[in-house]
Design a protein around this ligand. Sequence first.
Ligand SMILES: Cc1cc2nc3c(=O)[nH]c(=O)nc-3n(C[C@H](O)[C@H](O)[C@H](O)COP(=O)(O)OP(=O)(O)OC[C@H]3O[C@@H](n4cnc5c(N)ncnc54)[C@H](O)[C@@H]3O)c2cc1C
Length: 344
Amino acid sequence: MTRYKDPFEKQPSGTYDVVVVGGGAAGLSAALVLGRSRLRTLVVDAGEPRNAPSDHMQGYLTRDGMPPAEFLALGRKEIARYGVELVRDRAVDATRGVDTPRSDDGTRGDDAARGAGVATGEDFAVALAGGRTVHARRLIVTTGLRDELPAVPGVAERYGRDVLHCPFCHGWEVRDERFGVLATSALSVHQALMVSHWSDDVTLFLDTVAEDELSDEDLRRLAAARVKVVPGAVAGLRVEDDRLTGVRLADGTVHDRSVVFVAPRAVPQTGLMERLGAELRETPFGAYPVVDPTGLTTVPGVWTAGNAMGFAEQVVHAASGGYRAASAVVGDLIMSRLDAAVAG
Ligand SMILES: Cc1cc2nc3c(=O)[nH]c(=O)nc-3n(C[C@H](O)[C@H](O)[C@H](O)COP(=O)(O)OP(=O)(O)OC[C@H]3O[C@@H](n4cnc5c(N)ncnc54)[C@H](O)[C@@H]3O)c2cc1C
């Protein structure tokens, strides 16, 4: 049963059992589990999911092809059934305290009437851009990552349409077309080799990558995959009738291509976790929090899931990670409550 029509009309106040920062697949999935576990939960979401440039979402069983916005709208509806609150805002800071403050009306988030609420002595304060500060006993940070695209004219404008990054997300839809791969580093060789599975006509444009950055193994594999390698700076894309038709080099040459794959630089949105002191680990795709198998960061009480935790998390992984983190949080809160009861 839906408790309110538009969850974004709700304004947050007081103390929550859990604040989930980020309302993409990971955050909403976590919120669903938390709501069903009778925890007072707030989702703070800035509303800019990573796959927003794409009008379809693939590879999520039973949701294959669904528009990402529709998927998230359904998720918001589902969590509203369990009384989870959502607010369209951006968390700008998070700090960890020791006391659980009371909410505006003087009640505590672990009000016995709500069931599994607990007093653990832990408290996180999350400051929102809108000016409010909300408190929670546990945090799940699912803030995703930002894709930083190369500054080649046309690339940002066409991203998610015919400039693509992921063959699993889009490969089927563009199979057998004329692919270009715009190199952003020597790692783009891997992308060219991968996408060559979806088309026999692949050209790797080296752009800023020097030919001698490619290893002998790279060259052997590119040859085996029949990927053509074109050195030289890329000046832009040729677009006709709102369709990509070619890649233009700085020397004026144009190569006919109908799709361009590019690997954006991933910028994980880990600021809040860093602010709380979470340890990060470097990867070739950015620095991500060190986590246990449930997504618990090195900061007790702070979990993460989805693209904020790892570059390769697709929607189905993000949803699964949100579920996993939320169930660990529920267990943690229940055990903390019991331990507090035992301690008297
Ligand atoms: C063009 C494109 C197409 C894609 N297609 C597919 C596909 O077909 N299939 C697939 O499985 N995957 C696809 N992906 C990958 C998919 O986008 C991610 O797997 C998925 O978005 C990860 O979910 P998430 O919840 O971790 O992050 P997101 O979906 O990015 O959600 C994070 C949310 O947190 C919010 N947020 C960030 N910081 C804050 C803050 N400080 N305070 C409050 N809110 C904040 C953001 O605004 C956003 O709403 C695609 C990606 C791109 C770029």
